[in-house]
Design a protein around this ligand. Sequence first.
Ligand SMILES: *Cc1c(COP(=O)(O)O)cnc(C)c1O
Length: 471
Amino acid sequence: MTETTFPQTMGQQFGRRSWAEPWKIKMVEPIKMTTRAEREQAIAKAGYNTFLLRSSDVYIDLLTDSGTSAMSDRQWAGIMLGDEAYAGSDNFYRLEKAIQDHYGYKYIVPTHQGRGAEHLISQAVIKQGDYIPGNMYFTTTRLHQELAGGTFVDVIVDAAHDPTDLSPFKGNIDLNKLEALIEKVGAENIPYVSLAGTVNMAGGQPVSMANVRELRALCDKHNIRLYLDATRMAENCFFIQEREKGYADKPVAEILREFCGYTDGAWMSSKKDHLVNIGGWLAVNDEDVFDKARNMVVVYEGLHTYGGMSGRDMEALAIGIGESVQDDHLRARIGQVYYLGELLTDWKIPIVQPVGGHAIFLDAKKFYPHISQDKFPAQTLASELYLESGIRAMERGVVSAGRDPETGDHRYPALELVRLTIPRRVYTQAHMDVTAEAVRAVYENRENTNGLKMVYEPDYLRFFQARFEQL
Ligand SMILES: *Cc1c(COP(=O)(O)O)cnc(C)c1O
């Protein structure tokens, strides 16, 4: 591990300075508070799957940070500047420039959201029988790699699988594991290394600059491309600023440019970092790959100057990119996540440490040691949290991991987690207090809780639509 500084809390890092938001509230959206009886009905109707709840039955919605951000007044003003031309909209050129300026890649293909870009890059460069190493899988990323004929191989550092390990960069790729794979299958069967910022499935853990620099050298040695899942890369760069030696005085925007400079391209779900409700893109430096992706985008997404977005979407996105890399924004965004993490840690509730950038991950195996993994402890915990308080969270455990395509058995991941994902610029500190109190109540009731039985299972990405019954 490289030399790092790692503050345990945001408070230590910033002395007496608070993480308070660099904005004030101009418009509010009322939300419904429900009774226990109403919630019992709603979750049973949803098959104990929080994805199947109606959002109007939810009080604090921590299902995801995807597409749930609050836009700024500037972005809403940008909406009025939508140039809704089919081809060559002005908004596209502003978007293209924002991506080039902040991420540094040459060629841009817009898509409706992240998985559209994953589809294009996977089909463009993966051939049947290929291997794609990466730092822990992400659901849609791995599925598109598999649908293109590839096999994903997890080469993340071992620390990522240990929710108590306090290493500062648990998203790093283990270069020994990667070299071993290259030796085993041959560099010619590895179209690219799939590197993700703040690894979601590991609890939002970042990748260090030292790691990407070493990866670049290894990829160059074997002539393998290095592509980045840039979805939460701005947040990853905040962690580099906070934890990695030599970066404390550099703006996040500069760190981001440096990081991307070690990679050959990226795909992006703008529904995360970029503070918009829809959008995404693929960006590469290689003209051949760009040509293929631009050819395909017209089949699957839309013309190459809108890719499934309207002009106004692209304008809001171009503005959001600029806002997403501002230090004050990131300090408040991640400071709020830390705040919730500190409350839960103080109350001895088992969560993944260190706290990640976009979410708190509850350790369901520790909540419910008496519920075996085939009874879905994390799914159970998410439904209990809703019943307690109307807070909606998400399972990230055996249900999300799906089945092994070879054996047909459940994949049993080491981590069985529930994610409390914090939307950007949406909830207040008081909402975080209510959330922490609700988690504590569920924890105190843990011994009276049983698992779930799956009664309906879809073929793809089953966590979205599976249905359960209480045992
Ligand atoms: C959300 C996400 C994606 C997929 O993006 P969508 O916009 O949901 O299609 C890919 N990678 C990561 C890391 C994500 O969080």
